[in-house]
Design a protein around this ligand. Structure first.
Ligand code: GLU
Length: 309
């Protein structure tokens, strides 16, 4: 039994890759007789919308994926994230950072000091003197809040990928627009919701070590991970809207029913010998994580053909 979840960002319609991840997450939970939760990761309030949330939930339901309890929205949980930040702050594990993305890029590539891995924060604001801190506060630049990370590599076990290791740097806890950061919110919510297993696309695998470290610092239980290979478009790039009929509604316009789409997804995952129509419920009994495809699924042009006039 491991409580599972699907945590989309309601910033557009779900595409076949998102639906495939949701199907796998649902199968892990339901085949173990566990609860399955849906959380809307709508921290980005510029792009997130109630309309996208409604259409995403409608698509999950149309495909035959159900969930337990109310859908939780991150935009309504800022007090929890701030409580976690206060806990890290009280432990002396935070510091304000005024760096812009460009400054971070430049500092990370400067030809001196220790090499910094791609995307990692080079520590510019980490050890400012009191006078520098005062100047930073007086500068009027928006300040993000960062974790004093261990600067070491953390390894987590992933049920599909094996061991996943990544450097845990000084991750952002609160963005410079005052919004709690993704890594913090995910860790706080998964623990608060009793989530035990995180199943999601493998572009987030490298975030798992950071999230495990944050959970440890906050005294929260570790979750198990299973990162599912991405879905690629016909060009070999990550699937995107421009690739054609990528949403359930697009597919329905091509004459494919939700069971047709479910069958194609299940086949792509190695769960069905042929892409025959099916419902998620019909896949539960035979679901075996060991059979899951471990490589990206590349869609072809006919899978995504535009509607004929
Ligand atoms: N909200 C993220 C996304 O839509 C997923 C985060 C997670 O599952 O931890 O890509």
């Amino acid at each position: 039994m491991a409580v599972g979840r699907f945590a989309p960002s309601p910033t557009g319609d779900l595409h076949l890759g998102n639906l495939r991840t949701a199907l796998v997450a649902w199968l892990f939970a339901r085949s173990a007789g566990s609860s399955f939760l849906v959380r809307m990761e709508d921290l980005d309030r510029v792009q997130a919308s109630a309309d996208h949330e409604r259409s995403q939930l409608a698509d999950l339901a149309a495909l035959g994926l159900d969930w337990d309890g109310e859908v939780v929205r991150q935009s309504e949980r800022f007090d929890r994230y701030e409580a976690a930040i206060a806990q890290l702050d009280a432990a002396g594990l935070t510091y304000p950072c005024s760096c812009t993305r460009r400054e971070i890029r430049e500092a990370a590539s400067a030809p001196h000091g220790d090499p910094v891995p791609d995307g990692a924060y080079p520590g510019t604001c980490r050890d400012l003197t009191d006078a520098e801190r005062r100047a930073q506060a007086a500068s009027g630049r928006p300040l993000a809040l960062r974790l004093r990370g261990p600067g070491t590599t953390v390894t987590v076990h992933d049920d599909l990928l094996g061991e996943v290791s990544a450097l845990v740097d000084d991750v952002v806890l609160r963005r410079n627009d005052g919004v709690p950061a993704y890594n913090l919110a995910v860790v706080v919510d998964d623990a608060a919701q009793g989530v035990e297993q995180v199943v999601r696309a493998d572009d987030l695998a490298s975030s798992a070590p950071r999230q495990r470290h944050l959970a440890e610092l906050l005294g929260l239980p570790p979750v198990a991970y299973a990162h599912v290979p991405l879905v690629l478009g016909p060009t070999g790039q990550r699937l995107a809207k421009r690739d054609g009929a990528v949403t359930l509604a697009d597919q329905q316009r091509l004459g494919r029913t939700p069971p047709d789409v479910c069958g194609v997804l299940a086949h792509s995952l190695g769960l069905l010998a042929a892409p025959e129509p099916c419902t998620p419920a019909e896949l539960v009994a035979a679901f075996d994580p060991a059979r899951l495809a471990r490589t990206p699924w590349q869609l072809t042009a006919p899978d995504l053909a535009p509607t004929c006039p």
